[in-house]
Design a protein around this ligand. Structure first.
Ligand code: AFD
Ligand code: MN
Ligand code: MN
Length: 396
């Protein structure tokens, strides 16, 4: 009886501590470079995104904040802050990380912060400054930068010059941060650039964050690695160096596919969570922002978001139930199968009954996915939004 009670306490503590941020762009129509399948239920205004985020939070209890994209969610920049604050109050969802957009304006055709034109670089830097101001006005801690800059053909750009421009721009951005704010530097091997991307891997992001200043960290997007890369190993390095700022969670089979978390390789997410939980049990004060970065072209947006949050909670709890002491003993004695089995047993454990108990203890629906598929919310927003979605460009 006591063991069971302890297990439940351990599980409830882990689930209480787990929060994951949802992306505003996850509710809007999106697509691939080959086209977009418009969904009548898709959100096409910041208000609708807050409404959808509020429903996700009502069902899961783990998503109190929503990441905002500056051009898509605050097209009038600081003039939109009051409106967002009113929506925060109305829907009980806080603005989360602020995402600059340096990838869709025509002037960025040959790059933004790394553009050979000093004028374009200055305009991109100004956008970064506005993003920092928006974060300050909304009380958002993180400015989360993904830089699409790069080139498509060998010999068309001086890659080292671009590193210098980038170091300068991130130092200037960092200097504008308020105390407590952070600049998260995301990396991605390719796309939209197909020959070189200026921030292509975790080493480049680590260097740039360290050069930018003490409030900069690295953001790991789980879809942004070369095939076969050992992500949990680089997460261990970023923990070790104190430079892990957060994650954009999704899954991928081939590239930056933005599939729902855990749909292809759940064991990898479990191993990433293990590195974080192990460090926390060793007393490392990690301040890691868990965020979802997905926007689905085919799956229903609300279902995909609930699926993702529930899968993240399950994998987090599985990792939280690893017996770290026993694992350490087996690792130190090189009891290979014993150590591996401690990992595998935790991963294969069915934690859904414990999560159901936790949900009931919080008066949350026992099965949030079943709930969103049957509670009429999607039908309601489909009716309300039908006919508008197609008129709206992607992401708006
Ligand atoms: C795209 C990029 C990157 C970025 C996200 C939101 O690949 O992951 O974080 O858009 O801007 O997925
Ligand atoms: Mn991302
Ligand atoms: Mn991505």
């Amino acid at each position: 009886m006591c063991a069971e009670k302890n297990l439940q306490r351990q599980a409830f503590d882990a689930l209480d501590a787990f929060r994951i941020e949802i992306p505003s762009w996850g509710f809007a129509n999106t697509g691939t470079r080959f086209g977009k399948f418009v969904q009548a239920a898709a959100a096409s205004s910041i208000e609708e995104k807050f409404s959808d985020a509020s429903e996700i939070q009502r069902l899961t209890g783990a998503t109190p904040t929503m990441a905002l994209h500056v051009l898509w969610d605050l097209p009038h920049a600081l003039d939109d802050v009051e409106k967002v604050q009113a929506l925060e109050t109305e829907y009980g969802i806080r603005a989360g990380s602020i995402n600059p957009n340096l990838f869709q304006n025509q002037e960025y055709k040959f790059g933004s912060l790394c553009n050979p034109s000093a004028e374009v670089r200055a305009a991109a830097l100004e956008h970064m400054m506005v993003s920092v101001q928006i974060a300050g006005a909304l009380g958002s801690r993180d400015v989360s930068l993904w830089l699409p800059d790069g080139s498509n053909y060998p010999g068309t750009q001086n890659m080292r010059k671009r590193i210098g421009w980038l170091e300068e721009a991130l130092q200037q951005t960092h200097a504008a941060l308020a105390p407590g704010q952070r600049l998260l530097v995301e990396y991605k091997p390719f796309e939209p650039a197909f020959y070189h991307t200026d921030i292509a891997d975790w080493g480049m992001a680590l260097h740039l964050a360290q050069v930018a200043g003490p409030q900069a960290r690295v953001l790991v997007d789980t879809g942004h690695h070369y095939q076969g890369q050992n992500i949990e190993q680089l997460v261990a390095w970023l923990i070790h160096t104190g430079m892990l700022g957060g994650f954009h969670f999704n899954d991928r089979r081939y590239a930056d596919d933005d599939l729902t978390l855990g749909s292809i390789d759940p064991y990898q997410i479990f191993r990433i969570f293990h590195e974080i939980l192990l460090a926390e049990t060793e007393g490392k004060a990690l301040d890691v922002a868990f965020m979802i970065d997905q926007s689905h072209n085919l799956k229903g947006k609300m279902e995909a978001m609930v699926q993702t949050v529930c899968t993240a909670q399950e994998l987090w709890l599985k990792a939280a139930l690893v017996d770290h002491e026993l694992l350490a003993i087996r690792q130190e004695s090189c009891d290979l199968v014993g150590a591996e089995e401690e990992f595998r047993v935790a991963f294969w454990r069915d934690v859904r009954p414990l999560i159901a108990e936790w949900r009931l203890s919080k008066s949350l629906p026992e099965n949030p996915l079943e709930e969103i598929r049957t509670n009429g919310y999607v039908e309601r927003i489909t009716k309300e939004r039908a006919g508008r979605a197609s008129a709206v460009s992607s992401y708006a």
